[in-house]
Design a protein around this ligand. Sequence first.
Ligand SMILES: [Zn+2]
Ligand SMILES: [Zn+2]
Length: 166
Amino acid sequence: MLMNLSKVLGENHNQVKEEVTVESQFFAFDGDQYPLIANTPLALEIEYAGESKIKVKAKGDFEIIAACDRCLEDTPINVTVEADKLIDVAAPEEDEIIKKDGYCLDVERLVKNELFIGWPTKIVCKEDCQGLCGTCGQNLNVGECDCEDTGLDPRMSVIRDLFKEV
Ligand SMILES: [Zn+2]
Ligand SMILES: [Zn+2]
């Protein structure tokens, strides 16, 4: 949603304090899409901070589907957004989150940027996730594959073959 900032930037510099709904179905980072499956309303506080600046506080919890680092299976993760930012609405570098046309705050864009900051460094579907076989790609949580011999010295297989012939 776009939050109009005219109240905050106008003569009376009114504070905005609202719970807003984040409407994104997913968030996209680096070409990958991460579905949003649950979230609390975003508690948003915006106040005038002099000149063309505003102070934005935003807080909310998001449950998102991401890939397990080991087995790549869909894994729900919780990311808390807790932003406290000073934004110069006239600065070109803020163009992503401040729409200059009418001065609106792009709430989804703000959340996306903040999610990126709060993103977990490690995502595992479960602590003992076995990951994927490095040879055939089999998900080892689901079942074993036939690649167990690959770690062995190839010369050993010659000896094994000799035994087979006996
Ligand atoms: Zn996993
Ligand atoms: Zn394998």
